[in-house]
Design a protein around this ligand. Structure first.
Ligand code: NDP
Length: 259
């Protein structure tokens, strides 16, 4: 599948990216802005969000907004207040990329501690759930809205030792499918991306011994991220799509160990 979009595909769109300060979320925020979107940068480390903000401004992109929020402690009311603020500032929201996630601890199932399980589910599942609930009324005001979740290979095929993280990604894919079905006759399209092994801090902490130079970079996988937010991707709904369906031979090992 080719993910071609026009150079101004995201002009006038308002898109919120969670975990926008680092890794794939950072690259997605920069890429959306480069295609004309006004990006709302959400994350827990303000200095990282400010650096992305500056980079967008320097590149001449539309002025972004920053929402400092830690999904670990955020309450339903925090998300409702955030939706109100976005509505006050922009009147609508055209896209949400649920990207922020916690890896937790990889361990045998019987050694998963309750706190790790709760933390991972809180950030990866409940945070995206409450945020989506709060933002949906606003997204329905857009003529063409998109919600993109982030899954993982271990989100549709269980794998030993990936416990809490994998369970959270199965839940994420379920949430995506339920929403996509419920909203299929509305203006909101709902999909998920499986980035595949990508050169980020999370990947390095899951696979500390691998050669990260063999991995795709966040920039390499952006065409799909842009496509699912662009008019060209309008007909896609309810899918979990691999961002790197084909890996070059040198990456075969990485493919076998995709997150
Ligand atoms: P990184 O750890 O590099 O970046 C994650 C971002 O999410 C960071 O900006 C981080 O903030 C933010 N974040 C984490 N926890 C919270 C929180 N509680 N509240 C707010 N923001 C938070 O991860 P990746 O870029 O690698 O991963 C992005 C997505 O892709 C994740 O959903 C991951 O599961 C998925 N994925 C990644 C793969 C890979 O190989 N990289 C493979 C498969 C899936 P801070 O900068 O402050 O730490």
């Amino acid at each position: 599948m080719e993910y071609q979009v026009s150079s101004d595909a995201l002009n006038d769109r308002v898109i919120l990216v969670t975990g926008a300060g680092d890794g794939i979320g950072r690259e997605a925020a920069l890429s959306y802005a480069a295609k004309g979107a006004t990006v709302i940068l959400l994350g827990r480390t303000v200095s990282k969000l400010e650096a992305v903000y500056d980079e967008i401004e320097t590149a001449g992109g539309p002025t972004p907004a920053i929402v400092p929020l830690d999904l670990m402690g955020a309450t339903k009311q925090n998300y409702i207040d955030m939706a109100d603020t976005i509505e006050g500032q922009f009147s609508r929201l055209d896209g949400v990329l649920h990207n922020a996630s916690l890896l937790g601890v990889l361990s045998p199932f019987d050694q998963i501690d309750e706190k790790t399980f709760d933390d991972v589910m809180q950030v990866n599942v409940k945070g995206a759930f409450l945020m989506t609930q709060a933002l949906l009324p606003l997204m329905k005001k857009s003529e063409d809205a998109r919600i993109v979740f982030t899954s993982s290979t271990v989100g549709h095929m269980g794998r030993a030792f990936w416990g809490s993280y994998a369970i959270s990604k199965f839940a994420t894919e379920g949430m995506m499918q339920i929403l996509a079905d419920e909203l299929s006759d509305t203006n909101v399209r709902v999909n998920a991306i499986n980035p595949g092994g990508t050169r980020t801090k999370m990947r390095a902490s899951a696979f500390p011994a691998e050669d990260s130079n063999l991995l795709k970079t966040p920039a390499d996988i952006m065409p799909l991220y842009i496509y699912l937010m662009a008019p060209e991707g309008r007909d896609v709904n309810g899918q979990c799509i691999y961002a790197q369906p084909k890996l070059v031979p040198g990456q075969q090992k990485a493919k076998e160990e995709e997150e």
